[in-house]
Design a protein around this ligand. Structure first.
Ligand code: COA
Length: 270
């Protein structure tokens, strides 16, 4: 799909994208490169997948991509990746927190460590990356932070107590940092994607026939695409959203809106 944005809106910018080796955040990193970014660092735990993604992205965009293996639960690894980014590109304008973990598990059967692990990756990992990038660069130069969240916690989502709690924490981080760091020229916003086609999240959380059942509950009657989410990331970082701060934009076709399913069933609408 052709982008509606001019291809130079991020000219010369550099992005640091956790979870950028696959799925939604790879799509966001690619969109940044396709819209003028001079370089992107992608971070993830799986070094092989990361370097394959970096090679593919370099080839596609003709721009520079640094693969930085990193576990966001480890601040020293984040700091090393930030230093490598600054050495390679000389600046960091956009930080995207996309590294996350999730799976389906009933609360009563979820192990203590299972809950803790997702909190550590999603919530604490997001804080760690925000804090380290603030210290290393953003405090003195301003920039954008984008936290990838979810809508799980707006109402209540069964089988995902871990991810719901973790993303509620992420949204809170977004708002607090927008307040504390706005005066320094740092905009902190979030994106809350709904069901996005072709992602690990979809195959983990809505496998098989659940996929079609899920589409019926989405007002726009389709799954989202990675490009739908990347467009929102471009909007938030391009300057078009220069007065938006502390906001988490839902990109889900209306899927989370309460009452949709029940009301349509009452009306007999399929
Ligand atoms: N159901 C229930 N518990 C699970 C689970 C599942 N499907 N997957 C992992 N866990 C539990 C483990 O049993 C373990 O707890 P235990 O020590 O009490 O047994 C705990 O979670 C940690 O698992 P581990 O595999 O050691 O952690 P990890 O750091 O290697 O992996 C995860 C983190 C669990 C989030 C893993 O699923 C992951 O790496 N996901 C990344 C990708 C992803 O989730 N993408 C989708 C985003 S929507």
């Amino acid at each position: 799909m052709k982008s509606v944005f001019r291809d130079d809106i991020l000219e010369g910018k550099v992005a640091f994208v956790t979870g950028g080796g696959s799925g939604i955040c790879k799509g966001i990193a690619e969109a940044f490169l396709a819209h003028g970014a001079k370089g992107v660092t992608i971070l993830g735990r799986k070094a092989d997948r990361l370097s394959a993604a970096a090679d593919e992205m370099k080839q596609k965009s003709g721009r520079d991509v640094l693969a930085a293996p990193c576990d966001v639960r480890k601040p020293e690894q984040i700091e090393a990746a930030l230093e490598a980014t600054l050495e390679r590109f000389g600046r960091i304008d956009i930080v995207v927190n996309g590294a996350a973990g999730n799976f389906l598990a009933p609360a009563a059967a979820l192990s203590y460590n299972g809950f803790k692990t997702v909190m550590e990756i999603d919530t604490i990992g997001t804080f760690n990356v925000c804090r380290a990038s603030f210290e290393k660069y953003l405090r003195d130069h301003g920039g954008h932070i984008l936290n990838v969240s979810a809508t799980l916690h707006y109402a209540a989502t069964p089988l995902q107590i871990h991810a719901s709690a973790a993303k509620a924490g992420v949204d809170s981080i977004t708002r607090t940092l927008a307040l504390e760091w706005g005066p320094l020229g740092i905009q902190v916003n979030g994106i809350a994607p709904g069901p996005i086609d072709g992602t690990e999240g979809m195959s983990r959380l809505a496998p098989g026939e659940m996929r079609d059942a899920q589409i019926k509950g989405i007002p726009l009657r389709r799954l989202g695409t990675i490009e739908d989410v990347a467009s929102c990331a471009l909007y938030l970082t391009s300057g078009a959203a220069s007065y938006v701060n502390g906001e988490t934009i839902v990109v889900d076709g209306g899927a989370w809106l309460p009452g949709m399913g029940k009301f349509m069933t009452m009306l007999g609408v399929d």
